[in-house]
Design a protein around this ligand. Structure first.
Ligand SMILES: *Cc1c(COP(=O)(O)O)cnc(C)c1O
Length: 359
């Protein structure tokens, strides 16, 4: 049996060396006579792994002591509610930018807790652009501004950081760790783990400490970032196996040379695929050039009647999970950190061959 190339949008490919370590640790962790999954979350072993994961993540992203790092559950979707519950304070509402399906979900959830001012929307361009900040209608009384730096479904990514007076909140689920960021620009960052961090079931929150303690009195303890921070992410049982795997992924990223090295590789991977698409009259990507995602590359075939055959043949060639999101159609190749350049080369070779035979 051999492993295929996996272009899944999430849960996504994990680095093979990480899976190998996890396999070797599965029955017995470091000579302790049991697996890490079977240990108390308050044992020195699990606490040690959690502290090491946090430390390595702080190094990778350059997270200062002014920020708390939280390992939570519930996915990014739970943070759509946790953000307003923690940050609205005495404000009536918040600003949101609408650049795609994930923005829309964050907006819909935000409306349950306060007024939502949509400062700009790219829905008119079918979410293929990012509205320039000078067109945004900001509310001076907003509690925060929420945006989605990478829209996983539309394949649209910001290569600039919004400049606002209020805390900046980012859903980084599908872009975190793909390139360096300046954490100090943000009030809060959150991400589901299953794209670039680890397995599904773990959620990461990075929040500026001065924003803790503003949660609504109705905020459940499980969603209150301060409760999590005060309890070192162990107010209840955290997803210990997810934290353990994320820890291994963080070590792997360090061994690759950190996020600057990942960015160089990720840019090369994406550039190759976009060039192959642009150089052909058979494949197309609808996103404006300046906002094409490094992580998620949607593309269509000139004849949608060939979609099914493309998927069948690519799967048979060991290229898995290329089907586009149901809301967009066509194909999507997700090129997260664990998807190697060899995978991209194999995909491009397949695409060229398919076009020659069927195009
Ligand atoms: C995948 C994804 C989500 C949803 O994450 P869950 O962990 O499944 O809740 C939210 N936002 C973005 C940008 C995503 O890519």
């Amino acid at each position: 049996m051999s492993r295929c190339y996996n272009f899944c949008a999430g849960p996504a490919a994990l680095p093979e060396p990480v899976l190998e370590i996890a396999r070797d640790d599965m029955l017995e962790w470091h000579g302790r006579g049991l697996s890490l999954m079977e240990m108390s979350h308050r044992s020195p072993e699990v606490v040690g792994v959690t502290e090491h994961a946090e430390q390595t993540l702080r190094e990778l992203l350059g997270i200062s002591a002014d920020y708390a790092v939280l390992f939570l559950q519930g996915g990014a979707s739970t943070q759509f509610a946790a953000v307003p519950l923690n940050l609205l304070g005495d404000k009536a509402g918040a600003d949101y930018v609408n650049t795609g399906q994930w923005s829309k979900k964050a907006i819909a959830e935000g409306k349950r807790f306060g007024s939502v001012n949509v400062v700009a929307s790219s829905e008119g361009s079918n979410f293929s652009t990012i509205p320039a900040q000078d067109s945004w209608q900001l509310d001076a009384n907003a509690a925060y501004l929420h945006y989605t730096p990478n829209e996983t479904i539309g394949g649209v990514e910001y290569f600039w950081t919004p400049q606002v007076e209020v805390p900046l909140v980012a859903d980084m689920s599908s872009t975190i760790l793909s390139r360096p960021i300046n954490v100090a620009d943000f009030g809060a960052i959150y991400a589901g783990a299953q794209k670039n961090i680890g397995p599904a079931g773990l959620t990461l929150v990075i929040v500026r400490r001065d924003l803790l303690g503003r949660a609504s009195p109705h905020c459940p303890a499980m969603l209150d970032w301060k409760v999590a921070a005060d309890n070192d992410s162990m107010y209840n049982t955290p997803p210990t196996f997810g934290i353990y795997l994320a820890d291994l992924v963080f070590d792997w990223l360090k061994a690759q040379g950190g996020l600057a090295a990942m960015e160089a590789t990720n840019r090369r991977k994406a550039q190759k695929l976009y060039s192959a698409i642009d150089d052909s009259a058979f494949y197309a990507n609808p996103v404006e050039l300046a906002s094409r995602s490094l992580m998620n590359v949607p593309f269509t075939l000139a004849d949608p009647a060939l979609d099914k055959l493309f998927l069948q043949e690519s799967e048979a060639a060991g290229l898995l999970n290329l089907k586009g999101h149901r809301s967009v159609g066509g194909m999507r190749a997700s090129l997260y950190n664990a998807v190697g350049e060899d995978a991209v080369d194999a995909l491009i070779a397949f695409m060229r061959d398919f076009e020659q035979r069927k195009g």
